[in-house]
Design a protein around this ligand. Structure first.
Ligand SMILES: Cc1cc2nc3c(=O)[nH]c(=O)nc-3n(C[C@H](O)[C@H](O)[C@H](O)COP(=O)(O)OP(=O)(O)OC[C@H]3O[C@@H](n4cnc5c(N)ncnc54)[C@H](O)[C@@H]3O)c2cc1C
Length: 375
C-alpha cells in the first residue's frame, strides 16, 4: 500500500461520509459511527498495523496526512482517529496479536484513557490504582476525566500506578466492555462535540495480568517514546486541517459577497486581504513545522524531541489565531453559522488544553532551550 493509495482512500471518505455528517454530528453531539465504519472498511484503522497482521504497515507520516485530511471536514472525527492511532501505536508494539489483527481488519477502535481529575492535564502521573488479586488477576480502580470514543472504542490504553515500585505508571489494554468499567456522563462540549470524550470510572474492574502493556512501571517511557510523538504530530494534523478549511472558507466568503451600493466585495478591502494573508501565512508556518517534525522523527534527527514538543504548541495556538481571524473577516454571517467557520472556531480551542497542554509544552520547550532536564 503506497502513500498515494492511502491518500486516495482518505480523500474519498473525507469528501464523502465525513463531510456529509459533520454539521449534524456537531449539532447533536453524536459519534461519527458512519465515518469510523468507512475508515475501518477502507483499511485506514489498520494504517499503523504491520503487514504481518494484515495491516497497511505505514507510519506517522501517512497517519498524519489521513488525520489532516479528515480534520478539514470534521475535527471531531479527526480526533477520534488521532486517539486511535496513538493507542494503536502502543498496541502494535506491546499488545497481543489477536487485538492487533482486529485493528488491522478495521474491526477494533482504540483510544487513550490517561487523564484523571486528580492529576488533571498532567496525565503522566495517574492516581488510579492496579492491585494484584488473590486470584492472580489485576484489579483496576480509577476515575478517568475524558476518554475520546468512550462508548464506541473496543479497548482503552489505560494508565495506572504500577503494581509495585515507585515508577509513575503502568499501561494496560482494557477491553470495552469490562465489568466494573462504566462511562458515567455523556460529553456535551464546546467543541469537538462529536468525539464522545466522556468520563470513565473503574471500580473493582479486573483484567488478566497479560493485559499489561510493557513492563510494570514502564508506562512513562512508553508515553514518552511512543504516545507523545504520535499524539503531538496527529493533534497538529487536526489543527493544520482545521486551519486549511478556515482559510479557504474565509477567502471564498470574502470573494463572493460584498456591497451592492459600491459594487465591491469584502475581499476588495485591503484590511480584509491582509487578514486573509495572515491566515494563509500562519497556516503555512504551522504546516511547515509539522512536516519538519515528521522529517525529524523519520530521520532520528537530534532535534526530533524539540520539534515534537514545538509542533503541537505551534499548531494548536496558531489554529486558534486563524479561526479568530476567520470569525472577524466573515462578520455576522459567521455567527449565524452561514459560512461554516463557527464550528472550526469552537473545535480549534481544544488543542490548547489537551494534554500535553500548550503551557506544559512551553515549559518543556523552555527547559530544553535553557539546557535544563526536560522531563
Ligand atoms: C475534547 C477533549 C478530548 C479529550 N480526550 C482525551 C482522551 O481521549 N484521553 C485522555 O486521557 N484525555 C483526554 N482529554 C483530556 C486532556 O488531555 C486534558 O487532560 C484535559 O483537557 C485537561 O483539563 P483540566 O481541566 O484537567 O486541566 P488542568 O490541568 O486543570 O489545567 C488548567 C490550566 O493549567 C495549566 N497547567 C497545568 N499544568 C501546568 C504546568 N506544569 N505548567 C504550566 N501550566 C500548566 C494548563 O495548561 C491549563 O491551562 C480530552 C480533553 C478534551 C477537552
Amino acid at each position: 500500500m503506497s502513500s498515494n493509495d492511502t491518500l486516495e482512500r482518505v480523500e474519498r471518505i473525507a469528501a464523502g461520509v465525513v463531510a456529509e455528517h459533520a454539521v449534524r454530528l456537531d449539532k447533536e453531539g453524536s459519534f461519527p459511527t458512519e465515518a469510523v465504519r468507512a475508515l475501518g472498511e477502507a483499511g485506514l484503522l489498520g494504517l499503523l498495523s504491520s503487514k504481518d497482521v494484515g495491516g497497511m504497515g505505514l507510519g506517522p507520516r501517512e497517519a498524519a496526512f489521513v488525520v489532516e485530511r479528515v480534520a478539514r471536514e470534521c475535527a471531531s472525527t479527526a480526533m477520534v482517529l488521532c486517539m486511535h492511532y496513538a493507542a494503536t501505536a502502543v498496541i502494535e508494539k506491546l499488545g497481543p496479536e489477536p487485538v492487533r489483527r482486529a485493528i488491522a481488519a478495521g474491526e477494533h477502535l482504540s483510544t487513550l484513557a490517561f487523564s484523571e481529575p486528580g492529576s488533571r492535564s498532567q496525565f503522566w502521573a495517574p492516581l488510579g490504582t492496579a492491585t494484584l488479586t488473590a486470584a492472580g488477576r489485576v484489579r483496576l480502580d480509577a476515575r478517568k476525566s475524558w476518554v475520546t470514543s468512550a462508548h464506541a472504542a473496543q479497548s482503552y490504553v489505560w494508565s495506572s500506578k504500577p503494581l509495585a515500585g515507585a515508577e509513575a505508571s503502568t499501561l494496560w489494554l482494557v477491553p470495552n466492555p469490562t465489568a466494573g468499567i462504566r462511562v458515567t456522563d455523556p460529553f456535551d462540549g464546546l467543541g469537538l462535540r462529536a468525539n464522545d470524550s466522556s468520563p470513565v470510572v473503574a471500580e473493582d474492574a479486573t483484567v488478566g495480568t497479560d493485559a499489561m502493556l510493557g513492563e510494570d512501571g514502564g508506562g512513562f517511557s512508553t508515553m514518552l517514546e511512543i504516545v507523545l510523538p504520535y499524539f503531538n504530530v496527529l493533534s497538529s494534523a487536526c489543527s493544520v486541517g482545521l486551519m486549511e478549511t478556515a482559510t479557504a472558507r474565509t477567502a471564498a466568503h470574502a470573494s463572493a459577497i460584498g456591497f451592492q451600493h459600491t459594487g465591491t466585495t469584502i475581499a476588495d478591502l485591503p484590511t480584509v486581504r491582509a487578514y486573509i494573508a495572515r491566515m494563509r501565512t500562519k497556516t503555512d508556518m504551522a504546516r511547515t513545522l509539522w512536516l519538519d517534525t515528521i522529517d525529524a522523527m523519520e530521520k532520528g534527527r537530534a532535534d526530533a524531541v524539540l520539534r515534537v514538543l514545538e509542533t503541537k504548541a505551534a499548531a494548536g495556538e496558531t489554529s486558534v489565531e486563524v479561526v479568530d481571524l476567520a470569525m472577524r473577516v466573515c462578520g455576522g454571517a459567521a455567527y449565524r453559522k452561514d459560512v461554516g467557520v463557527e464550528r472550526l472556531f469552537r473545535d480549534a480551542r481544544a488543542s490548547q488544553v489537551m494534554g500535553p497542554t500548550t503551557d506544559v509544552l512551553y515549559d518543556f520547550i523552555g527547559k530544553a532551550v535553557c539546557n535544563m532536564p526536560v522531563f
